[in-house]
Design a protein around this ligand. Structure first.
Ligand code: NAP
Length: 316
């Protein structure tokens, strides 16, 4: 496993991390025993960064069970709290504290390594930090969590406007960013601000659905062509991204993780898999030699000409 520094946290993170989003947290998708097997296999394979959230159904509780008894230094646990109510107003300091306490309890951890504001809309930043900044400092001082992070909302912030606002405040050590070969806009819009301000970058949604479902990919590209989207117009209708496959990239899922980790500022890329076999393949892709420069250039030539408001491969 390769490791990279996570911004200025002093943490060394595995280039592939485990994402435990809603699919992981939904008990209909896997048994507790399978979830534990997946988490233990990930650790054995060298994965040391695990992302979760209270909003991911039972994910925190499942992880708490799976990580019980695992030496604490073997993993870095990042969770979140949702910073606003249903009207978009900041939650109260008491609600923040309750969320953190619940996460600590469900995860069976004294200290959360990374606590992220979940799906922070750009216009929430100022009011949320005004309302919760003091309590966040108190919780950090009390040792409830080590580093503060912010995660984007891939649905409502397709232009990645939040982290360029959050990074310069100096309050955030980690940014969780949507970054995919199908939508590499973050490398222009958000990652440079993170680098400038020492914010560690964690990549998410590198594969999502479009890179594991050929019919979905073809349909997305067909619709984009019909809209006259620049960039994608020259892609073939059949197997439009077949040119990305090679000895190190047997599938488009592998291409997704390999592309995301090719960016030197991305410390770790989350894989939201439920399958140990897929996880092994994803690690192999992330640890393979960097994606060739010609492929990176071609990806950028195509997908950096899309319109991020209309071309939305993440929304699936
Ligand atoms: N706003 C936020 O804070 C936010 C938003 C979204 C996501 N996240 C975090 O980011 C994590 C990653 O996002 P994600 O789960 O959407 O992303 P992802 O890793 O881009 O995609 C996961 C999908 O790819 C499939 N997959 C993985 N490896 C594969 C392989 N080798 N071959 C075929 N299919 C493969 C998985 O299916 P299998 O199970 O079959 O492998 C799953 O359907 C989440 O789990 C969550 O922790 C945070």
């Amino acid at each position: 496993m390769l490791h990279r520094p996570l911004g200025q946290t002093g943490l060394q993170v595995s280039v592939l991390g485990l994402g435990t989003g809603t699919r992981f947290g939904d008990p209909r998708n896997q048994s507790r025993a399978d979830a534990t097997r997946l988490v233990r296999a990930a650790l054995d394979l060298g994965v040391n960064y695990i992302d979760t959230a209270p909003m991911y159904l039972d994910a925190e509780e499942i992880l708490g069970e799976a990580l019980d008894g695992v030496p604490r230094e073997r993993f870095i646990l990042a969770t979140k709290f949702f910073p606003a109510d249903e009207h978009g107003a900041p939650i109260t300091p008491a609600q923040l504290r309750a969320s953190v306490e619940r996460s600590r309890q469900r995860l069976r951890l004294d200290t959360l390594d990374v606590l992220q504001l979940h799906g922070l809309r750009p216009h929430w930043l100022a009011p949320v930090m005004a309302a919760l900044g003091g309590e966040l400092e108190a919780l950090q001082r009390e040792g409830k969590f080590r580093f503060l992070g912010a995660s984007e909302t891939i649905v409502e912030d397709p232009r990645h406007a939040m982290l360029p606002l959050a990074a310069p405040t100096g309050r955030f050590a980690v940014g969780l960013i949507g970054y995919s070969l199908l939508s590499p806009w973050a490398e222009v819009a958000a990652i440079p601000a993170c680098v400038r301000h020492g914010v560690g970058v964690v990549g998410m949604v590198a594969v999502r659905r479009a890179l594991r479902d050929p019919a979905m990919l073809q349909s997305l590209i067909r619709q984009a062509k019909e809209r006259g989207e620049a960039g994608v117009v020259d892609l073939p209708d059949e197997n439009p991204l077949g040119w990305l496959l090679d000895g190190h990239t047997p599938t488009l899922a592998a291409a997704g993780y390999r592309f995301a980790i090719a960016h030197p500022a991305v410390a770790t890329v989350l894989a939201g898999t439920l399958s140990v076999d897929h996880l092994k393949a994803d690690i192999a892709a992330a640890c393979a030699p960097p994606m060739p420069a010609e492929q990176l250039a071609r990806v950028r030539k195509i997908f950096l000409r899309t319109d991020p408001e209309k071309w939305r491969p993440f929304d699936l």
